[in-house]
Design a protein around this ligand. Structure first.
Ligand SMILES: Nc1ncnc2c1ncn2[C@@H]1O[C@H](COP(=O)(O)OP(=O)(O)O)[C@@H](O)[C@H]1O
Ligand SMILES: [Mg+2]
Length: 385
């Protein structure tokens, strides 16, 4: 690995957390670990919290303020989508004397130029290409996948099409629109049952953290599951269930030559890896490395890298697989482009087991963000003579 070239001043890193997502609180936990791993001698951290309503705030204690749900004393902050202002700006109320005779409510106050933005935002708006689009507009360096990689990683339906085109094995699935459920439940049920025997899984195409996902053991479960998923998205996926599925995960790190970690296994504490089992009980166990025959583990790592390259991922992703207990058949489930990142999360733990410490991992991600930005700077965006 290349090391950071010594810089005359600490690198200024803006860590973004919270967000308009069901994984808002998980993001705060991930951000706490990332910030504690950033060596203050080498990094100057700007904390930017995004509320559940999408408002941006900054302040030295912004993370604690978000954790406690009391944002008093924080300043509002904006990132203009204009490269000539590739910096974040805080908005503050002008002092009374400044305000006299004007009708400007707030004034802009430039924060120090930021070298790298580090979105530690899970789920919609943070992991789906939305904020990455803003970073691209502003022409700033940022950690993780770009717009397309993020968007495809988030959309379970499009993701599956891209994986099938790349010869990566998946479970059988069908895409269903909310309108079809509303207008013709009978043919939706027929389409779903054609995938295989129960259990079937119903999922909103674009969420995370198991929100809106149901394991359906019967036709009546199925219609309930479809209606529930349709509350969260216009597009719904129905999947054949893998019987006795083991859940195997691999961490991938890098830009154009990504590396895969050892495999880990999640042992859910509930019937499946639901939101409760992920975050509420905290009792799901992780086994690292996963007990798997070497050829199976290697195949999984190879699929993880192939999937990563296929969506033009960058920085990091965690690839999640199902392995059928009896046959060791492997199916890719999904790629998470901003995986859970607390110090006890699978993504960093798999790297730890592969010889990369948490602090090294954070350094490496920042380095990869800067490399990607340099590449972008060498790309022409219009025809030149
Ligand atoms: N086809 C399937 N077969 C067996 N279990 C599944 C299947 N799809 C989902 N699950 C279970 O549901 C969990 C959540 O599904 P997943 O697609 O990973 O959603 P999310 O994006 O919310 O993490 C999985 O970790 C697994 O426990
Ligand atoms: Mg998952």
């Amino acid at each position: 690995m290349t090391s950071l070239t010594p810089s005359p001043r600490p690198l200024r890193v803006a860590v973004l957390f919270g967000g308009r997502s069901g994984e808002h609180d998980v993001s705060l936990m991930s951000a706490r670990s990332v910030i504690s791993a950033l060596d203050p001698k080498r990094y100057e951290v700007t904390r930017i919290g995004i509320t559940l309503d999408g408002e941006w705030f900054t302040g030295a204690n912004a993370l604690e303020a978000f954790e406690q749900g009391n944002l008093k004393g924080l300043s509002r902050v904006i990132l203009p989508g204009d490269p000539s202002h590739a910096a974040a700006y805080a908005l503050r109320m002008p002092a009374l004397s400044e305000a006299e005779g004007t009708d400007h409510g707030e004034i802009l106050h430039k924060l120090a130029d930021i070298d790298v933005f580090f979105p530690v935002l899970h789920g919609p708006f943070g992991e789906d290409g939305a904020i990455q689009g803003l970073f691209e507009m502003a022409d700033v360096a940022y950690v993780g996948a770009g717009v397309a990689g993020s968007a495809v990683g988030m959309d379970k339906a499009i993701f599956k099409d891209v994986m099938r085109a790349n010869g990566i094995p998946l479970v059988k699935s069908a895409l269903i629109l909310r309108g079809e459920i509303e207008n013709d439940m009978a043919s939706v049920v027929a389409k779903a049952e054609a995938l295989g025997a129960y259990p079937l899984f119903t999922k909103p195409a674009n969420l995370g953290s198991s929100v809106g996902i149901s394991k359906c053991n019967s036709r009546s479960d199925l219609s309930e599951g479809l209606l529930d998923a349709a509350r969260y998205d216009r597009r719904i996926i129905v999947e054949a269930g893998v019987k006795n599925a083991r859940e195997i995960e691999v961490s991938v790190l890098g830009n154009e030559e990504p590396q895969a970690s050892v495999c880990g296994e999640v042992v859910p504490s509930r019937e499946f890896y639901s939101y409760e089992s992920k975050y509420v009980d905290g009792t799901s166990g992780l086994i690292i490395p996963a007990p798997l025959p070497e050829d199976v583990a290697n195949k999984i790592r190879e699929y993880a890298i192939r999937a990563y390259k296929a969506i033009d991922c960058a920085g990091m992703a965690r690839a999640d697989f199902f392995v059928e207990k009896e046959t060791n058949r492997v199916y890719l489930n999904e790629l998470n482009t901003i995986p859970g990142f607390t110090s006890i999360s699978m993504y960093p733990k798999l790297w730890q087991a592969s010889g990369v410490t948490y602090a090294d991992l954070v350094d490496r991600l920042i380095q990869l963000a800067l490399e990607r930005k340099t590449q972008r700077d060498h790309t022409e965006h219009r025809r030149t003579a």
